[in-house]
Design a protein around this ligand. Structure first.
Ligand code: CP
Ligand code: NVA
Length: 305
């Protein structure tokens, strides 16, 4: 049984296969007469809608489930919820506060479990991010991304961790700029380095973005960190992606953001809506990669898993 809890649960060849399936004009109906349970502990616009539409496009039936409704670890255990859902559905997606919850679901090993965002990782977003980079910078050929570069400015969070791993798998140089205290933990740096990712970190945003192909940012305060937002607002001042920072990057630099954006905090309206912004194709690609990933996990490719 294969699960996607973090992007490097896929091998490099598998990542290429998923990206190829994401642009397949005739998606295989791998979910015909089958369901996918989508469990959410946190709100969502893109993830819920892109997953539901992808399931539909693969011939299946998505069921949206609020975690409060099923009462994970309150009404019954995460394990018992998972076993029950697996008896009706071909796949389970979960958006959770604690990464341990998706690990516990996957440990049941009954149907594939897809992490739809945890405090640690957001692999579905990373898939959309690299598909966007491939379309924008490499004529839709992910292998041709090797040697390109991206600078992530802001919080070393779930989105950044998955993005860095995905970019590294495709040979894209990754530069990080954020305030001290918000960098990736040491073990993640070791993970990137043992995966051979060309990775650098700095607290000087202007330096990090110079000459890159794309500048990426995410919110300063992620879901579940709301109590820290006042302090974070102070700590991240100077790491806003504004017109001056994009100018420092150079005229070639695209702008990416996973969304939702806190406009005026981590990115200005001028950048979000500017000529180099690709945030809307990036959001659209969430649906395409959801289709590609599910086609891969549940489809004819499974004998190679
Ligand atoms: N980027 C992303 O995951 O958006 P949602 O939180 O709206 O799903
Ligand atoms: N880092 C953000 C991403 C939202 C898609 C969060 O976890 O809230």
């Amino acid at each position: 049984m294969r699960h996607l809890l973090e992007i490097d649960d896929l091998g490099v060849d598998e990542l290429h296969q998923v990206l190829a399936l994401s642009t397949d004009p005739a998606p295989p109906q791998v979910l015909a007469k089958r369901g996918m349970a989508l469990v959410f502990e946190k709100p969502s616009v893109r993830t819920r809608n892109s997953m539901e539409m992808a399931v539909f496009q693969l011939g299946g039936h998505p069921i949206y489930i609020q975690a409060t409704e099923v009462g994970m670890d309150t009404r019954e255990s995460v394990e018992d919820v998972t076993r029950t859902l697996a008896s009706y559905h071909a796949c389970i997606g979960a958006r959770v506060f604690s990464h341990a919850t998706v690990e516990r679901m996957a440990a049941q090993d009954l149907v594939p479990v897809v992490n739809m965002l945890s405090d640690v990782a957001h692999p579905m977003q990373a898939l959309a991010d690299v598909l966007t980079l491939s379309n924008e910078l490499a004529d839709g050929i992910p292998k041709a991304l090797a040697g390109r570069s991206i600078a992530y400015v802001g919080d070393g969070n779930n989105v950044f961790r998955s993005l860095a791993l995905a970019c590294g798998m495709l040979g894209v140089e990754v530069r990080f700029a954020g305030p001290p205290g918000y960098w990736l933990p040491e073990m993640d740096r070791d993970r990137l380095s043992s995966a051979g990712v060309n990775f650098t970190e700095t607290d000087r945003a202007v330096e990090a973005v110079a000459g890159v192909d794309a500048v990426y940012t995410d919110v300063w305060t992620s879901m579940g960190q709301e109590d820290e937002s006042a302090q974070r607002f102070i700590d991240f001042e100077g790491f806003r992606v504004d017109e001056m920072l994009m100018e420092a990057a150079g005229p070639q630099a695209l702008f990416l953001h996973c969304l939702p954006a806190h406009r005026g905090e981590e990115a200005t309206d001028g950048v979000m809506d500017g000529p180099m912004s690709r945030v809307w194709p990036q959001a659209t690609n969430r649906m395409h990669v959801a289709r590609g990933l599910l086609a891969y996990l549940l489809g004819d490719c499974k004998e190679v898993l």
